[in-house]
Design a protein around this ligand. Structure first.
Ligand code: B3K
Ligand code: ZN
Length: 849
């Protein structure tokens, strides 16, 4: 039965563990259904240890336990064991049995395609053996693995290996969540990296036989990341070996286990024929992210899980910097902001809203959120903007020097910045404790050569932040002359009060402001400036982000007017993007982004913000009409743009080629509306890379001319599970709203719909949830189908189920009929007697009172 009153954990209740752990030695005798784990752990009681010790442990069969060689009989519960212990240093030994093959939650030790692997963050180690499974307990691990598999891996450096066993030693103290073990028939794609101090590190990317051809890109991304972290952060790798393993069954993207990163195969395997440009860029970023965790997460870890943003926000910020350096900074910034608005803003403004550092949780896995990760990274970006790049670099050096080997808090992090810069960060800290997206309004005034910008900030009270206080908001602002020159270059205006004005003196004429350049703070900016002003910035702004943002603002305003009153698309917007598209000096990737429209759920958010009830069908119709208008308005440019951005040289997944493909494919989709499907069919038929093939297929599906292409795609790729995930997902994404639920339902009946695999599950049901007009179809069929599948998945894999519940987080925005339909599905799931703690917490928060 479900726990009637799930336990809530509070940050304010934090207490250190009563013992030091000075060494851990583990021996695994691998067996699919009866793996034995022997542990030998050296504990040193702290003065107030109190003679009893609690160790976490879940779903373990205890075979034996000893203290200093004498058998003990601990008290067992569902959460772990309690045992009387000496008040002097002692050795704990235990043997447990676990069942990896039937572990379908993919947490702890489990099996994927016959291979053993682990996922311990956040609290999975307790499913492997009894242990103080909390991040502030750090220790040195030695691991022996006995098993017949050719590859036996764990953390650290190899000590010995022979037929049937391997031993690993990790000299760096680490929390248990960074433990990893892999065993199986794997092949290595090897590499090597020489650190700046001249040490040689062996690199390996381990994959299933058959995937060897998909490793080269990931290996290069790893080397690039290692070099970048040395060059930019002065951080060198610290073991003799760095292994990455690709696994098909994985709940998220990847995991930064010390020296043994484990990756969802979708987040590491790449080849031109099977991966899109978007895949390549994402893979490069995730490899960097996990590698960067070696310092920001592993060497310096979190004291408790409330501090998750300490490692995640910082590491996302670092991987964004890396991608900006490797590719285009402007394109990366725009993509990050699209992502933030698409995922984090709805979370921050709905029932799942929580501070970047939450203060309570029931299931920590539910807090690996866009707020902790992406807003957490924005907070670091603001800090860097406020103190400046040099002071940021000094503060990071101090952070690494002061806290290496420690489990830290946000207070430690901010203190480093205060000590390095002399700045008081008391008010800045509110970014970590207050939930919600601040709204900033701006007004301007002009008199006698003075130009005044007045800002107001406002944060809506919420359950976790009932009495919000003003935050420090860095607003990067520049002023342009009426003829489009940069009159006052970008500077940081620090908004600290609820209302505050900034005056620019001695200007020859009334300037045109460009506010919140580079999206310098994660806020909603409401400007009283006109659409002429936006059109001017779209034509002239020197800040590439704000130039794009001006276009996006015009598109949004026009779409909202079309939704509300059926008006025509705004010619100012269409003329503006026409000028940008025709400017061959501009990066093609940037021009492609100019063509993209605000997502339909973003439009729903905007309507909701304005106090209106979004109608998904009307939003769909307006978005389609705007696409048609783009196609008509750019008709004469499109064939040339398509032809000029074809690539004749051999495939490279770099920023330059992918930008050209992205613009060509954006024009292909518009051309499809003007000309019919022939051009897309030709591209599909002749494509030698997945980006082109999939873009061709998408247009064919949208034109309802994709039947034979779908079949030939399936025939060509049926053995490639990652490509088949795309095949499953695309059909749902490209369906008309009326057909989304039935298409998804039909796909769940396909012989290859292996729903226990999270990638395949997400390919179909995740696509359903993100198709705004399809999921929110008035029939309620989308809601029902998703709920049916969440009900089916929850008993096996609570983590992925709970994560996908967020599809319902905006339910209260919609009309009474849709609200009733969604509430009924939420209640249907919540009524299940054995619903997991993960899903119960998510749905209870979403449903509200
Ligand atoms: N730290 C892991 C995420 C673990 C999620 C556990 N539910 C991957 C990452 O952020 O790098
Ligand atoms: Zn991370």
């Amino acid at each position: 039965m479900r726990d009637a009153a799930p336990q809530t954990i509070y940050l304010s209740d934090y207490k250190p563990f009563g013992f030091e752990v000075t060494s851990v030695s583990l021996t695994f005798d691998l067996d699919p259904t009866a793996t034995r784990v022997k542990s030998r752990i050296a504990f040193v009681p702290k003065p107030d240890a109190g003679g009893r010790m609690f160790l976490h442990g879940e779903k373990l069969k205890l075979i034996s336990a000893q203290i200093d060689g004498a058998p003990v009989t601990p008290d067992l519960s569902d959460e772990g064991l309690t045992c009387a212990v000496p008040d002097a240093p002692f050795i704990w030994e235990a043997e447990v049995e676990i069942d990896p093959q039937n572990n379908l939650a993919l947490e702890g030790l489990y099996m994927s395609n016959g291979m053993y692997c682990t996922q311990c963050e956040a609290e999975g180690f307790r499913k492997i053996t009894y242990y103080p499974d909390r991040p502030d307990v750090m220790s040195v691990f030695t691991v022996r693995i006995n098993g017949p598999h050719p590859v036996l891996l764990s953390n650290g450096n190899p000590v010995s290996a022979a037929d049937g066993h391997a031993e690993w030693h990790d000299p760096w103290p680490k929390p248990a969540y960074l433990f990893a073990l892999v065993a199986g028939e794997l092949v290595a794609h090897p590499g090597s990296f020489t650190t700046r101090s001249g040490r040689t590190v062996d690199l390996n990317l381990y994959v299933r036989p058959g995937d060897e051809g998909k490793c080269a890109f990931g290996m290069q991304a790893l080397k690039d990341s290692m070099k970048w972290d040395e060059d930019v952060y002065g951080r060198e790798y610290d073991l003799d070996i760095f292994n990455i393993v690709a696994v098909d069954d994985f709940n998220m993207g990847a995991m930064e286990n010390k020296g043994l990163n484990i990756f969802n195969s979708a987040a590491v395997l790449a080849s031109p024929e099977t991966s899109t440009d978007t895949n390549f860029e994402r893979i490069e970023a995730i490899i960097a992210h996990e590698y960067f965790h070696n310092w920001t997460g592993n060497r310096i870890t979190c004291r408790d899980w409330f501090q998750l943003c300490l490692k995640e926000g910082l590491t996302v910020f670092r991987d964004s910097q890396f991608t900006s350096d490797m590719r285009s900074a402007a394109v990366k910034r725009i993509s990050d902001v699209i992502e933030l608005r698409g995922r984090q803003f709805p979370e921050d403004q709905g029932p799942l809203s929580h501070p970047v550092r939450p203060e309570s949780f029931q299931e920590i896995n539910n807090f690996y959120t866009a707020t902790v990760y992406d807003k957490g990274a924005e907070v670091i970006g603001m800090l860097r903007r406020l103190v400046g790049a040099d002071a940021y670099a000094n503060a990071l050096d101090l952070y690494f020097n002061r806290h290496d080997g420690q489990a830290c808090t946000i207070e430690d992090w901010l203190k480093v910045f205060e000590d390095a810069t002399g700045r008081d960060l008391t008010q800045f800290k509110r970014w970590y404790s207050q939930a919600g997206t601040p709204r900033v309004t701006v007004k301007d005034a002009w008199y006698a050569g003075n130009y005044i910008l007045s800002f107001t900030q406002n944060l809506k009270p919420s359950a976790t932040t009932p009495d919000p206080q003003p935050q420090v908001i860095p607003i990067v602002t520049g002023l342009l002359s009426p003829s489009g020159e940069e009159l006052v270059p970008s500077q940081v205006l620090e908004l600290t009060e609820a209302t505050q004005s900034f005056t620019f003196e001695g200007l020859p004429e009334r300037p045109v402001p460009s506010v919140l350049r580079g999206f310098s703070a994660p806020v909603v900016l409401e400007s009283e400036l006109s659409e002429d002003h936006a059109a001017f910035l779209l034509a002239h702004d020197t800040d590439p982000f704000n130039r794009w943002e001006a276009g996006r603002g015009l598109a949004r305003a026009s779409l909202l007017a079309m939704i509300r009153s059926g008006s025509d698309p705004d010619p100012k917007y269409l003329d503006g993007i026409r000028a940008v598209l025709g400017d061959a000096e501009l990066d093609p990737a940037y021009r492609a982004l100019m063509l993209s429209l605000p997502s339909q759920s973003d439009l729903a958010t905007a309507l909701h913000d304005a106090g209106e009830t979004p109608d998904p069908a009307a939003i769909w119709t307006a978005s389609e009409a705007m696409r048609e208008a783009q196609a008509q308005h750019l008709a004469d440019l499109l064939p040339g743009l398509y032809a000029d951005h074809q690539i004749t040289e051999s495939f490279a997944p770099d920023a330059s080629q992918s930008g050209r493909r992205s613009l060509a494919n954006a024009t292909l989709s518009l051309l499809g509306r003007l000309e019919g499907p022939e051009r897309a069919q030709a591209q599909f038929d002749t494509a030698d890379n997945m980006t082109q093939q999939l873009a061709g297929l998408a247009v064919l599906l949208r034109q309802k001319a994709g039947k034979s292409a779908l079949q030939s795609f399936e025939t060509q790729w049926k053995e490639d599970r990652l490509v088949m995930d795309k095949w499953f997902g695309l059909q749902v994404m490209q369906a008309e709203p009326d057909a989304v639920a039935s298409t998804a339902a039909a796909l769940t009946g396909h012989a290859d719909f292996n729903w226990k695999n999270p990638n395949r599950f997400r390919a179909v049901l995740g696509a359903l949830a993100t198709h705004h007009a399809g999921f929110h179809h008035a029939s309620g069929a989308g809601y029902r189908l998703l709920a049916d599948w969440l009900i089916k998945l929850d008993p096996l894999n609570p983590q992925t189920t709970a994560r996908m519940c967020s599809a319902f987080q905006t339910w209260k925005r919609y009309d009474a009929d849709r609200r009733a339909l969604m509430a009924a599905e939420l209640d249907r799931i919540l009524a299940l007697p054995d619903l997991s703690r993960d899903t119960t917490e998510m749905l209870t928060r979403i449903r509200g009172s």
